[in-house]
Design a protein around this ligand. Sequence first.
Ligand code: NAD
Length: 500
Amino acid sequence: MTAVQPKTTLPSVEETFDSLSPATDEVVGTYPVHTAADVRATVDAAREAAVWWAGLGFDGRAERLRRWKGVIARRLPQLCQVVRDETGKPIADAQLESVLAIEHIAWAGKHARKILGRQRRSAGLLMSNQAATVEYQPLGVVGVIGPWNYPVFTPLGSIAYALAAGNAVVFKPSEYTPGVGKWLVDAFNEVVPEQPVLQLITGFGETGAALVTSGVGKIAFTGSTATGKRIMAAAADTLTPVIIEAGGKDAVLVDADADLDAAADATVWGAFSNSGQTCIGVERVYVHERVHDAFVAKVVEKSRDVRAGSDEAAQYGPVTMPSQLAVIKRHITGALASGGRALVGGVDAVGDRYVQPTVLVDVPEDAEAVQEETFGPTVTIAKVRDMDEAVEKANDTRYGLGSTVFSKARGMELAGRLRSGMTSINAPLSFAGIASLPFGGVGDSGFGRIHGPEGLREFARPKSIARQRFTAPIALTTFQRKEKTDALVAKLITVLHGKR
Ligand code: NAD
């Protein structure tokens, strides 16, 4: 990729940090630790760029987004290698998340005008002399703080929609994947060389915290619930609005009439792919008692073909964040100590870099392995007497991000009863790949939505305009109003709304 000129003159940066390959500990890049002053300078430059970018209009921005996705699509192998270097995930998985992200850029650019452009609203009978319209204006500068687990798909779910809505973006990727962040920003700056519309800042939590209090129009955060709470508290000081896309403890429900092969396949892939480091990954399964044993047997059989490693044949790679190994181990140990059994894997599955698949049964519902986000390649499977019990248990969590239902007859009904922001029926995680569907959670999984029309509106403020078309026969908003008028209005409102 051709080098892109820096768009802002940041004060000289002294401190740097290394990005390491989780597979080899090799240094794959070195990046600045941006200070609060750097962040302020970046946001100041973004404010000016935002005015220019908003001035391009929907069509001008759509054209630049179209070119950006073209660059990403043409250089996909290069991007996938950067993702692999920094996360250790297989190239095929890096490609999958990048392909979905490209779809989102395309969707956001194409639909922004229709969703955010000026729309007419009915003024109602009493105000029928008015023409009412609403339009969605950009917020200015949006700060995006991202995680490392899907370093392309996740931040672009906010960035693409914020840009399409007419905002400039300052992006702080995870300290584990700064190289992926830089690659994406450089690619954008190739097609938007005029102004620093999308800028990168790198560093640790302190750099992210400086972005939160920098006076941006909104913060779109994706990461852990604990950090999300800290960000929300810090943002309160300046009344900066936030979107929080946080952790999950997603459940799969398997009904008595489900396609068990498909359900087992979805469970194994949903639980183990990306080493279980997926916010909408499968962590719990509730299975109807009539099919429980057959389902468990299929999951066990399919799990035996899945292996973590760094070789080409391995289905998933290392645990990216070394500190997570202790959490995974604690959840498995706790599950086994409280009466659970490991049908595949177990405590020994947790190595010092790689974690092999672990399938747990008979784990009490109050165990950490059932209640807390494990973020590792483990899954608990529990037998339920009917689907009411399955819904009740699936909902008995402080999280509520995604969920999955396998059922032939009752898919829609069960999906509607699950307390989660998104549910897929008879396939795993499919909602995430549908650009028109909003993505986000409830409870400790956060609030606000990225993707789809709702995701565009998150990055815009509604502007209402009422334009008087002609003088009203009954003038209401004047001291000249007569008693006769008030009597007429009272009569009118009784006719309109007073029916018993
Ligand atoms: P994390 O919370 O540790 O870090 C996320 C980002 O926040 C990083 O860029 C980090 O530098 C920054 N940060 C840390 N402290 C900060 C502070 N005080 N102020 C501002 N920024 C700060 O999360 P992680 O380990 O990178 O990601 C894993 C988590 O993300 C999991 O819980 C996973 O479920 C969640 N996740 C959620 C979604 C979703 O869409 N809901 C998607 C992917 C990942």
